[in-house]
Design a protein around this ligand. Structure first.
Ligand SMILES: Cc1ncc(COP(=O)(O)O)c(C=O)c1O
Length: 427
């Protein structure tokens, strides 16, 4: 993992700055350009090698360039890459989602997770004829106007007031949003109790970023939504096929009315889905619900066959015996490395999340919601992240995504990088 000093990466960074706002795609540190990936490793344009815990922000659970996925994709490429019309691979993928996911009677495909979330919230409105959406502070649901409310607010206001995270959103959207703190059962019950007949949908990441649900929290949301005829949406873009094959609803035993899927389900290609119970999904079918409740939905690449075969092959591999045990064991090894090195050096910290995705927060206070995460020592966090990168571990600042491609060698390199990163921390 030696650092090379050729100028290829710098040249690309400078070219990107000329033709892209903020020098990049808007997603990630524009100071690095990735050349290629293989298994659990990636290389930047200067040839620096990293163990990859970003894995494309979650989709590459099998690692990069898995030979069986590549083979399935190559076979599809020669048969055509997009049709707009129905295709067998998309239909088969919808069937497999219905087999896997408890709430899924039916599936509508789109191309990105954010698009799926936007339609899921609109579906709640179409189904109930109400306008308000309840979401949780710090919850991520893509880039729609509704999702951009209190996603990462710097101003901590009295909830349930929403704070827009983006310019360009009319105040009228903010006025239809109710924001609650994640994991606060009493707050959620009283907010729903007060506004129950105005709320179309409650949207929640069942494991919010890296914060697991408190015992009884998802159950309380389920109960209140049922009581008030509200559509409960689980955003499983991240957790779907990751925390369990059937997603967070399988792991936590709570079934929503609607669930959105993305990332893993497209096998590394642009594909996402809105799934849900038949009576709610009927709003996509004009023949069933009539003009007034019909939710119009189109997308040029929806159900794209290349993405569908990649997703189908990925799911097939995940269904093989022992895969989740292997995934979680790798995650526990990395969690163990972080904890043991930080403990040995006496740094207060909490590892929040699940063995398949988690992050360290530099606090020993409980991490139950967005505001708790903010209480972590951000200076130490930044030092830790930067030192991990320098020592060959690639991740985002908010998450550590585990893949099945991680080998014992990758895990040993990670342990060594963590040891070095801990040395880089201020006391
Ligand atoms: C929970 C959650 N929902 C929705 C999205 C949006 O998905 P996409 O980036 O595919 O639009 C993300 C993306 O990271 C996510 O983490």
């Amino acid at each position: 993992m030696a650092t090379s000093h050729t100028s290829n990466q710098q040249d690309l960074i400078e070219r990107a700055q000329k033709v892209m706002p903020a020098g990049g795609f808007g997603n990630f540190d524009s100071g690095v350009v990735i050349r290629e990936g293989n298994g659990a490793r990636i290389w930047d344009e200067d040839g620096n090698e990293y163990v990859d815990y970003l894995i494309g922000s979650g989709p590459m659970i099998l690692g990069h360039g898995h030979p069986e996925v590549v083979e399935a994709v190559q076979a599809q490429l020669t048969k055509g890459t997009t049709f707009f019309a129905n295709n067998a691979a998309g239909i088969e993928l919808a069937e497999e989602i219905c087999n896997a996911v408890a709430c899924a009677d039916q599936v509508r495909f789109v191309s990105t997770g954010g698009e799926a979330d936007m339609y899921a919230m609109r579906l709640g409105r179409a189904h109930t004829g109400r306008d308000k959406i309840m979401k949780f502070e710090g919850g991520y649901h893509g880039m729609s106007a509704e999702a951009q409310m209190s996603l990462a607010p710097e101003k901590l206001v009295n909830l349930p007031v929403a704070v827009p995270d983006s310019a360009g959103i009319p105040d009228s959207v903010r006025d239809e949003m109710l924001i609650a703190p994640f994991n606060d059962i009493d707050f959620a019950r009283s907010l729903i109790g007060e506004h129950g007949d105005e709320i179309a949908a409650v949207i929640v990441e069942p494991l919010q970023r890296v914060v697991p649900p408190a015992p009884g929290f998802l159950e309380a949301l389920r109960e209140e939504c049922t009581k008030h005829g509200i559509v409960l949406i689980f955003d499983e873009i991240v957790t779907g096929f990751r925390v369990a094959y059937g997603g967070a609803q399988e792991l936590y035993g709570v079934t929503p009315d609607v669930c959105t899927l993305g990332k893993i389900v497209g096998g590394g290609f642009p594909l996402a889905a809105i799934t849900g119970k038949a009576d709610v999904m009927a709003n996509f079918d004009k023949a069933k619900v009539g003009d007034d409740r019909f939710l119009m939905q189109h997308g040029t690449l929806s159900g794209n066959p290349v993405a569908a075969v990649a997703g189908l092959k990925t799911l097939e591999i995940l269904r093989r015996p022992g895969q989740y045990e292997k995934l979680f064991a790798a995650g526990e090894t990395v969690m163990g490395s972080i904890t043991s090195h930080l403990n040995a050096a006496g740094h207060a910290h909490t590892i929040a999340g699940h063995p398949s995705l988690f992050n360290v927060v530099f606090t020993d206070a409980p991490v139950r919601n967005y505001r708790d995460v903010l209480k972590g020592d951000t200076r130490k966090q930044a030092q830790f992240e930067a030192a991990l990168r320098r020592n060959g571990v690639f991740k985002s600042s908010g998450k550590t995504y585990i893949s099945l491609a991680l080998t014992d060698i990758d895990l040993a390199l990670t342990d060594a990088a963590v040891a070095e990163a801990v040395k880089a921390l201020d006391d």
